[in-house]
Design a protein around this ligand. Structure first.
Ligand SMILES: C[S@@+](CC[C@H](N)C(=O)[O-])C[C@H]1O[C@@H](n2cnc3c(N)ncnc32)[C@H](O)[C@@H]1O
Length: 224
């Protein structure tokens, strides 16, 4: 989500200013995506991008997956951080169901100089993850960012845990869903799915977790 929930505009501006400037390709992605109207809200915030880049550095991610690319902000941010450490050895498998969004994202990948380390996979994400598992790539990924359809999160969960190496991290976005998850009157599919993923991760002894209120809520799970 393009805004962090619960922050006043002044505090949000302070947080943005306290971070370093975005890469020019990310700034352009943000500006041009803002002109898309309602859909623009799907993009992560710049401070969330900085946070994800920090996670990429902390786990020294070389092999990564993103589920939910949209116009490419989070994938470009992760790929820039990965390429900084690993150069052409880095690899980001970028999954999105929309060919139209992936085409837009590809422009920013090129502008940022990371297109050669990104493998776009257009289609529903679960079969793309299954292809990686079938290709014996289980245990081979350092970092996964999940930011696609919320009812799909549970389908992605076990696949992603299989694909992560021990010590690798998966980050699920929007786990607060603008606060709806804590509202007993909300029971739409998205909200229910987000409550389910929180419960699933909390009970899963294969991972350590941190459920945070960063942005619209980020759930971090590291594989034991
Ligand atoms: C919230 S947006 C992603 C925002 C992106 N991470 C960013 O930083 O701008 C969600 C994306 O998930 C994609 N999506 C929805 N259902 C999907 C599915 N079943 N498999 C893969 N991608 C899906 C949508 O096309 C959309 O681009």
């Amino acid at each position: 989500m393009s805004r962090s929930i619960g922050l006043s505009p002044a505090l949000e501006a302070y947080v943005r200013d306290a971070n370093r400037a975005e890469h020019p390709a990310l700034a352009r992605c943000r500006e041009e995506t803002a002109a898309m109207g309602e859909d623009a809200k799907m993009q992560i915030s710049p401070e969330q991008g900085a946070f994800l880049q920090m996670i990429v550095h902390l786990v020294n991610a070389r092999d990564a997956i993103e589920i939910g690319v949209f116009t490419g902000y989070s994938a470009t941010a992760a790929a820039l951080a990965m390429k900084e450490r690993h150069g052409a050895e880095a690899r980001l498998v970028a999954c999105d169901i929309s060919a139209e969004f992936m085409a837009k994202a590809t422009g920013y990948f090129e502008e940022a100089g990371v297109s050669e380390i990104i493998e776009p996979r257009v289609g529903p994400a679960s079969p793309s993850l299954d292809q990686l598992i079938d290709a014996d790539e289980g245990g081979g990924f350092d970092y996964v960012f999940v930011d696609a359809d919320k009812p799909g999160y549970l389908d992605y969960y076990d696949r992603v845990v299989t694909l992560l190496r021990p010590g690798g991290v998966v980050v699920f976005d929007n786990v607060l869903w603008s606060g709806d998850v804590a509202d007993p009157d909300k029971s739409d599919d998205d909200t229910v799915a987000l409550r389910d993923i929180a419960r699933r991760a909390k009970a899963d002894q294969r991972v350590d977790i941190a459920f945070t209120s960063i942005g619209d809520g980020l759930l971090l799970c590291t594989k034991r």
